[in-house]
Design a protein around this ligand. Sequence first.
Ligand code: CUA
Length: 327
Amino acid sequence: MFTNFPLWPERASSTAGNVDALFIFLLIVSGMMTLLIFTAIVYFAARYRHRKGVLAEQIEGSTPLEITWSIIPLGVFMVIFAWGAVVYFNGRTPPRDSTEVYVVAKQWMWKLEHSEGQREINELHVPVGRDVKLIMTSQDVIHSFFVPAFRIKQDVLPGRYTVAWFKAIKPGTYHLFCAEYCGTQHSGMIGSIVVMEPAQYEAWMSGGSTGPLSATGEKIFAELGCATCHRSDTQGRGPSLQGVFGRPVLLQDGRTVTADENYIRESILDPGAKVVNGFKPVMPTFQGLVSEEQVNALVAYVKSMAQPGPAGPKTAMAAPSAAPGKQ
Ligand code: CUA
């Protein structure tokens, strides 16, 4: 009956069921409250209607009644709060060892790049059953990455990274929408997520790569002359980037920040914003000199320097070229 009129989009990610369960719970609670209130209105309107010769009598409050109607909703709301918080934090926290995909939104298309180097436009191929972390930015206005079947929606902002993640549980092709009005062709800013069986995905991955993203980043790093200051022997004018990713960094002003994707990005585009303790703010900005894709590649390269040794498939590929020859 509902095939041509589905009330819910397909549930194709590991979190979709949880989001729906919470939503259905909210729907039931709201429905019950609505029913209760309407029944009470109709009943009281009839029961206490105006009658000739009958005077209304004043009733003082009832403490037990007031406590009851305060405690019960409080309990219900706390359930919603706790349940919602669990679903929210799960949705906000990409599992470790997620496969990373960089997303650049622009008017009016989605540009996606796998950390293994495959690039796609308005289409993202992923294997079923693997955690995928999306590291997203926009090169113009605010967009929003929305995949109804995965129950994920995340704003994509210019000038910073935002993150979303999903684990697809069903092979198939799913809609990708832009869910933030971004200009004339906003409604045309659509694409698809293609979820494939692992073997099929491996076959797809084997074609069309220009090498891992971190290797592209290493090339850009060399071309821009970053290595002259960011030497791995700590003798350079800039801090060594070896192993910095994911670690706390002490700044000149005494603050400590974590070297995450946004920190690396900011340090490339606005180097004066957070200067590492013991260094001078001598680095020029690369704002306007590097594209969003190049910033992503540089971030991927700095990340690859953080994990010496064969920590994973992508780092294993990047690590041998990352360490030596950087003086
Ligand atoms: Cu991009 Cu709407």
